[in-house]
Design a protein around this ligand. Structure first.
Ligand code: QUE
Length: 354
């Protein structure tokens, strides 16, 4: 039994079911949920009677809206240890999903942001629905796209990863499948049937991976055309520029309403977040998964020591005025030394994997 009712685990017919159970908070991920999920995944990994894991969110709005950044914000203001512990254990959980040896199916039937992407994208299967709204919006709260973003964003097609990272652009199911962030589309109405099918599957029939593919294939539909695909050429052109400033100049020079809208969005984000994120995604292309997570932990601790995360959470989640006053307020004031300092090793505080 888990010690928290914020997350539920159930084993049924060879499948381990995880339910994120904070529907009023859009299933935002708490340290307690992370700490309950890690040993449960270890147990299911080692239990030969468990053939696959399925993770869903309770309620009808969200898979998972992100990490419980409000609690991290409170800890950071009060000298609490959650600023260290939350990211450490969250990234360890992301890695555990990445190396999980059995099918891991995330049903992203609703809002899936930040930490929610980290609970889904590293698994073998991500099922999107018409309610899916997927984003990495961290530059808008003075943070950076973590939970493995260092690894998965540079590996998306073309320059889409950097585009998502700098803008926090919201993807629908068709966009998410187009990018590869989702693997399949099933209508929301078909989800209960899909989940039931995992609980009643005949795993004796053979290979678990093949059976999971077959269960999903029987439920899947086509998500329709991706709106993002239409802007792919402009994204690849503009986001290939060699700096955040150069990307903005390229967007300003591009004809049409869409590039202007994208430039407006980027100009609202934290300048520090933008420049560190640009460097993060560039460096991440060459990093293996574990090195990417070690680097992310360094970044998380640098952001906890800065100002913009607290201002971002204040503006977006506490006061909800959506008028953050970033420090510095201009891209030109964020120097190369300031950016590089975010990547400094933490010595005996560096992230390790037990
Ligand atoms: C960026 C984010 C998050 C966000 C909004 C952003 C995030 C997050 C939440 C969130 C939303 C609703 C809740 C909650 C948290 O919002 O990570 O507890 O009820 O968790 O712009 O990264």
């Amino acid at each position: 039994m888990a010690e928290t009712d914020e997350i539920e685990f159930e084993e049924k017919g060879g499948t381990g079911f995880i339910t994120l159970n904070r529907p009023k908070a859009l299933n935002a991920l708490t340290l307690g949920m992370i700490r309950a999920m890690i040993p449960q995944l270890e147990a299911w990994r080692d239990d030969k009677n468990v053939k696959a894991v399925v993770i869903t969110g309770a309620g009808d709005r969200a898979f998972c809206a992100g990490g419980d950044v409000r609690a991290v914000y409170e800890a950071g203001r009060n000298g609490g240890s959650l600023t260290k512990e939350f990211f450490r254990d969250e990234y360890r959980l992301n890695r555990m999903i990445h190396v999980f040896p059995k099918p891991y199916v995330a049903v992203i039937d609703g809002i899936t942001m930040g930490g929610g992407v980290g609970l889904s994208v590293h698994g073998s299967h991500r099922v999107a629905t018409e309610k899916t709204m997927l984003a990495m919006p961290e530059t808008g709260i003075g943070l950076f796209p973590d939970v493995g973003g260092t690894y998965f964003l540079p590996r998306l097609p073309g320059r889409i990863g950097l585009f998502l990272a700098l803008t926090g652009w919201r993807l629908d199911a068709a966009d998410a499948v187009y990018c590869g962030l989702a693997t399949d589309f099933v209508s929301s109405e078909g989800i209960p049937g899909l989940v039931d099918a995992f609980g009643t599957a005949d795993w004796a029939a053979g290979d678990a991976e093949a059976l999971v593919d077959q269960v999903i294939d029987e439920a899947k539909e086509t998500p329709g055309p991706s709106a993002l695909a239409e802007f792919r050429e402009a994204i690849d052109r503009c986001f290939a520029a060699p700096s955040v400033e150069a990307i903005l100049a390229a967007l300003d020079a591009e004809p049409g309403d869409w590039p202007a809208k994208i430039a407006r969005i980027i100009r609202k984000q934290s300048p520090t977040s933008l420049k560190v994120t640009f460097a993060q995604i560039e460096k991440g292309a060459a990093l293996d998964f574990d090195s990417a997570m070690v680097e992310e932990y360094r970044l998380s601790q640098a952001f906890m020591a800065g100002a913009d995360f607290y201002e971002g959470i204040r503006a977006v989640l506490v006061d909800k005025d959506h008028q953050p006053k970033w420090q510095p307020g201009d891209l030109s004031a964020v120097t190369p030394d300031m950016i590089e300092a975010h990547f400094s090793p933490l010595g005996d505080q560096d992230l390790t994997f037990a």
